[in-house]
Design a protein around this ligand. Structure first.
Ligand code: DX5
Ligand code: ZN
Length: 224
């Protein structure tokens, strides 16, 4: 199993002090930036100009999670801005293969996200076009929700398909990740973990990251 990555979500950070909030997670593998358009999800966060400023000051690479409609049109600009990893939603892309190729051609890693009720099976043949598959473990839109255990079988099926094909796609989970739920997600086969409230709701976000990483690595080691 590949490395266990902890990507804190700044959705739970203090948006007025983002630069300082980014410095508090400098031991993270990447920073997860949730872009919401109040259309694909019922919430509004930030867009490309703010992402560009975060990119300029962040001590770690950016992992942009685009919860936006018409991803085919808007996602490539995030790759052009130099964002290390750009994830679009399968439900919001007309041509996911074309879009993944465009992101890679522009120098980003290509990620594709699935809402909790979206099956992975229709997408198994295109996994080689992706660097990361994001399996949402809550309905996207808000931080602080509870982990949905119904997503565990999908994580297992995706991991089995990836192992079977020999391609190196990461499986990210996002939503309700805590020191407890990370164990179940890692055992099911996830290896990149987004955590918002578990990191920024902790008095010491860097310590929360270390603890999550240790829990995820221990669970993955048990599985191996
Ligand atoms: C939800 C976002 C998540 C969110 C996770 O739609 O995609 O990244 O910030 O927050 P927690 O970890 O609090 O569930
Ligand atoms: Zn997210």
């Amino acid at each position: 199993m590949s490395q266990c990555c902890i990507n804190p979500s700044i959705l739970s950070a203090d948006f007025v002090n983002l630069e300082a909030e980014l410095q508090r997670i400098s031991n993270a593998d990447a920073v997860h930036v949730d872009v919401m358009d109040n259309h694909f999800v019922p919430n509004l966060t930030l867009g490309l100009p703010v992402v560009q400023r975060i990119q300029a000051v962040s001590p770690v690479p950016l992992d942009a999670h685009l919860m936006i409609s018409d991803a085919d049109r808007w996602a490539p600009a995030y790759a052009d801005a130099g964002v290390a990893s750009v994830t679009f939603h399968a439900e919001a892309a007309m041509a996911p293969v074309k879009l993944a190729r465009e992101l890679r051609a522009r120098g980003s890693k290509a990620g594709m996200a699935l809402r909790p009720a979206t099956p992975v099976e229709p997408y198994l043949d295109m996994l080689s076009e992706l660097d990361m598959l994001l399996i949402m473990t809550v309905e996207p839109g808000f931080g602080g929700q509870s982990f949905l255990d119904i997503t565990l079988p999908k994580i297992r099926r995706a991991r089995a398909a990836i192992e079977g094909s020999g391609i190196g796609v990461a499986i990210q989970v996002d939503g309700g990740i805590t020191e407890e739920t990370i164990v179940r997600a890692a055992e099911a086969g996830a290896n990149v973990f987004v955590a918002g409230s578990a990191v920024y709701g902790h008095a010491d976000p860097a310590e929360a990251i270390d603890r999550l990483r240790a829990a995820g690595q221990a669970a993955a080691a048990t599985k191996a």
